[in-house]
Design a protein around this ligand. Structure first.
Ligand SMILES: [Zn+2]
Ligand SMILES: [Zn+2]
Length: 461
């Protein structure tokens, strides 16, 4: 049996790995590549393999860099099952529809500018059909993917519904256990449970986004959030937060709620300016079964997201109306990497104003506008215009949805401690510098077989 690495190999986006065992082919994730437009476009349109060769797909979580190419596979004729957790399926229902909307809009825009009509990567109907093929499973329940191939979803603690996938694979009378980590979250993140490392593993595919650094503690992040809100409000400015619609947005709402209850921040309005984030918040509210019951607010409050200060804007007019308003406020808007979405017009109006703060809470990939903000460039490009970056930029790594290098290694150490026959550990979902540093760290911690596969490379186990 072997894994062939297709996406998120020596880079962060486009998660996709091909598992071949006993004549069967299973795809683990099939996400969108994001980054330089032309390059991503070409990669997204190249199928990882002909669809008729895929026997099943198992999905780790709903983020678009993991699930975003599934409707493309379906549009190309994939008609078999896509396995995921129940919450991932519900999140995909809104996220893939949103992604299809963006694909169609971008294609229409490009077609209107060029001479040729450009086909979207996929359409709304393909997203709907994808959801119809998704089977939502509970956590910690072993199910048969195909004869001789069983899977179990275990908590990854990254976003609602996120899972590490444990696969039990039979070939030539032997059974091996592979774990694909998906994206691993931090211990102590609000609302969702902590990651749970699986036992008795023979081979590992593990993410390495932050393989070269440590984050601040989660508790420190909440204090810093309070400080940023207080300071910005005192200047009469706005806190602009680019955030993925799913995950950080709900955690920020939760923590702002906690801070406001404790009187640690002034009572200024909090706008959730993203229809997708609003829909995702509803999906969160549908799945209290997977909340972290050890948290106080989770236990105390009936409806976690029903908070008087929070307003959900729906229409584009409402969103643009925020620009005409005065006084301090907090605006959380997509996209997370500032590549599209409503955050762009908030930056167009707000990035030049030194009273404002741009609060970065998530990972910003290379060649994205978000990365330029993190690097505190003098200008950023929004809708084709160079605008001055005068707003304060604050970076809160504590809210990262991704484990840092210490937490990643702790997860792996826990796996190793229960796995007498641990074989190859393949690093995915990380930029080369992060992967190289993490491989070195693991090697010095006694891991004998750490790989950093490039796209197309195979690892036998
Ligand atoms: Zn993710
Ligand atoms: Zn990811």
């Amino acid at each position: 049996m072997h894994i062939e690495f297709s996406g998120a190999a020596r880079e962060v986006t486009g998660s996709c790995h091909i598992l071949r065992v006993a004549g069967k082919t299973i795809l683990l994730d099939c996400g969108l590549f994001q980054g330089r437009r032309r390059e991503s476009e070409a990669k997204n349109r190249a199928l990882p393999l002909p669809v008729e060769q895929i026997d099943a797909i198992v999905l780790s979580h709903a983020h678009i860099d993991h699930a975003g190419r599934l409707p493309f596979l379906v549009a190309q004729g994939y008609d078999k099952t896509i396995w995921a957790t129940a919450a991932t399926r519900d999140l995909c229902a809104i996220m893939l529809a949103d992604s299809a909307f963006i694909q169609e809009k971008d294609a229409a825009f490009l077609s209107s500018r060029g001479r040729e009509a450009i086909e979207p990567l996929y359409r709304h109907d393909d997203a709907v059909q994808t959801i119809a093929q998704m089977c939502g499973m509970p956590y910690d329940h072993t199910f048969e993917v195909l004869p001789g191939i069983r899977a179990t979803f275990v908590e990854a603690g990254h976003i609602l519904g996120s899972a590490a996938v444990v696969l039990e694979l039979e070939e030539d009378g032997a059974t091996k256990r592979l774990v694909f980590s998906g994206d691993i979250g931090r211990t102590g993140l609000p609302i969702i449970r902590d990651p749970r490392p699986p036992a008795n593993i023979d081979a590992v595919i593990i993410e390495s986004t932050y393989g070269n650094r440590d984050h601040e503690p989660v508790e420190g992040a909440r204090e810093q959030l309070a400080r940023v809100v207080r300071e910005t409000a005192a200047r009469g400015g706005r806190v602009l937060i680019p955030a993925f619609a799913v995950g950080r947005t709900q955690e920020l709402i939760y923590d702002l709620h906690t801070l406001a209850r404790a009187g640690s921040i002034p009572k200024i309005p909090i706008y959730i300016d993203s229809p997708l984030a609003t829909a995702a918040t509803n999906v969160f509210a549908m799945h209290p079964d997977v909340y972290d019951r050890s948290e106080e607010l989770v236990r105390q409050v009936d409806d976690l997201f029903d908070i008087p200060l929070v307003r959900f804007t729906r229409t584009v007019e409402e969103s643009k109306g925020l620009n005409a308003m005065h006084g301090p406020m907090i605006i959380i808007a997509a996209s997370g990497m500032v590549e599209s979405g409503r955050i762009l017009h908030h930056l167009l109006h707000g990035a030049g104003d030194p009273r404002n703060t741009i609060l970065v809470v998530g990972f910003m990939a290379e060649h994205t506008t978000g990365r330029r903000i993190v690097e505190r460039r003098r200008t950023i490009k929004v809708f084709g215009d160079e605008i001055l970056l005068n707003a304060t930029v604050e970076i809160l790594n504590g809210y990262s949805a991704h484990a840092d290098r210490t937490e990643l290694q702790a997860w792996l150490d826990a796996v190793r401690s229960t796995s007498p026959h641990l074989g190859p550990v393949a690093l995915v979902h990380g930029e080369a510098s992060a992967q190289d540093a993490f491989r070195e760290r693991l090697t010095s911690a006694g891991y004998a077989d750490v790989r950093t596969p490039v796209a197309g490379e195979r690892v036998e186990f």
